[in-house]
Design a protein around this ligand. Sequence first.
Ligand code: PBG
Length: 342
Amino acid sequence: MHTNEKLVLGSYTQTDMEPFKRLRRTRMTEALRSMVRETELSKNDFIYPLFVVERENYKKEISSMPGVYQMSIDLIVRECVEVKKLGIPAVILFGIPREKDEVGSGAYDELGVIQQATRAIKKEVPELVVITDVCLCEYTSHGHCGIVRGNEIVNDESIELLAKEALTHAQAGADMIAPSDMFDGRVKAIRTILDANGFTSIPIMSYAAKYASGFYGPFREAAESTPHFGDRRSHQMDPANSNEAIREVEQDIIEGADIVMVKPATPYLDIIRRVKDTFGLPTAAYNVSGEYSMVKAAAQLGWIDGERVMMEMLTGIKRAGADMILTYFAKEASQYLDTHKL
Ligand code: PBG
């Protein structure tokens, strides 16, 4: 007798009519695959990083990051027009000042490179969301993210300067502030100074779980921010730690972070998932310079299909729980999404 009595909906019991489940059925055509697809990348997910230099009519490719440039303010504005036209909602700005000093004065100068660039972009492309990276490493002569006393990168003095930097960014018209230093208490310091000056509606995207990573190598060429001595291990996280990432993120949320970031992205997909599941806050992932450069280099050698790996990488980051991705692939991936619709 033929019976279906072993079939229990929801518990996946096999029946004698179906000796094994044919999971391939929904993979047979692109149309079917598109119907069951669980993760869909969108241009709205992307934030495009830009490197601004204090010069005119200047554009120089970063040798370790093909397709990524340092640009002067005039050219950055044109780039932003294109980014907006492509449908990418936001950029994040990194500044390279004309001069650096021990205390990173260029970072909190009202006429500094980011302050000028922000004003120029907001005037020309007001709908584009301008996020500013807040840190001192691009502005200090020693390349550290804060004030150095003896062998120590000091915390409390540094966060006061970071707060000043954030305020000048907001005054220049920045839509969102993104502190990337990883000092303790900086989100609170920034929230406090922004609120005290009437910028209560400017959100903070904190680099909340930022690891001391070898993947930042190419960025330091782009931002000219390699530390002249020592490293960043006294403030950025140990790559081996996961529980500590939860404590870092929790602390930033308590202090006022609106969006929390995990960085880098692909080696830390487990952290992205954990942060998203634990807090449910808008979660960003930074697909950093080294992740980009590895794909570009291998593709140039013909070892991988660069475009395919790019889309797979970004989809993986989103699948892990990221709501937004800071990525040097933003323009390329947007063009890909435009041309590969069903
Ligand atoms: C610090 C900062 C860094 C990156 C973003 N903000 C570098 C660092 O911490 O040394 C790295 C981004 C990347 O590698 O793409 N201002």
